[in-house]
Design a binder for this molecule. Sequence first.
Ligand code: CP
Ligand code: NVA
Length: 319
Amino acid sequence: MTPVLTVIETQERLSVQDLVAERDLTRGDIELIFRLAERMKSSPGSFARALAGKQLAMIFEKPSLRTRVAFEVGMTSLGGHAVYLDHTKPRLGERESIKDVAKNLDRWVHGIVARTFSHSSVIELAEYASIPVINALTDLLHPCQALADFFTLEEKFGRLRGLEVAFVGDGNNVCHSLTVVAAKLGVSMRVATPAGFDPKPEIVAEAEACARDTGARLQFFRDPAEAVAGAHAVYTDVWASMGQEYAAHLRAQVFAPYRVTEELMSDAAPDAVFMHCLPAHRGQEVTDAVIDSPRSIVYDQAENRLHVQKALLMLLLQN
Ligand code: CP
Ligand code: NVA
């Protein structure tokens, strides 16, 4: 029978108290998260009491399926409890200051997960809360997603070094987080975006600084076929992110040449996988034929959100 673990056996801890931006994580932090996630995935019962008595507050200004369920189910399966705070209306900071929200939650719970429009809201929560704060997506970044995605790639290919990931579409929050985590892990990124929708220069500069240390190659293209040529993974995301729905019609015209089709996938490496953070707008950024093909690993990515987020919770919330 597998022994029940109530504490992490090693004294290893993350170098950060919060996960606001992947920039703050060291390579060692990411490896620690991945190794723990691997153990949690293969032996979930061993961690059943790891967060017994711990409470998590989950603030969401935007909708969520994967992030919310993975955190809530993850917390329960570690013996803890999660409270969902619907902040779609009013948004965080509208009914009372973010500082007061942080200082109240501090008194009741052991950690905060927050999905907000403005990235500065998560920064402010982390500044005023003495408990760990985890970024569950902002307009700028989606670190939990990128961590789960590279965990999934390592699982599929048995390695990360030497892989080339193509991201095709909008230079958005998911693209930002993938690019920085790739650079930290020594994975090369080939990003194709239409003019006017490039990743933010400050995020690219951050990723380039990390890439100098790891040797990751970061390349930026207009032509999706050029980005995808020979890549081990082809990744796309919606053309209009949450909060940009008003511009969806215009964006659909701009992004039409960036749709991931079987033809585009045929430019990738023979064993290339297709990736998407989901939710997908089928028929827009990806065809049914690609997302439903044997190359698609989108549901593995979704499953691994659970294992990686459980590892994060355990590393951040255990004393
Ligand atoms: N990929 C992702 O974060 O999904 P949700 O928006 O459903 O949480
Ligand atoms: N870029 C998307 C990701 C959803 C998980 C959005 O922000 O809506």
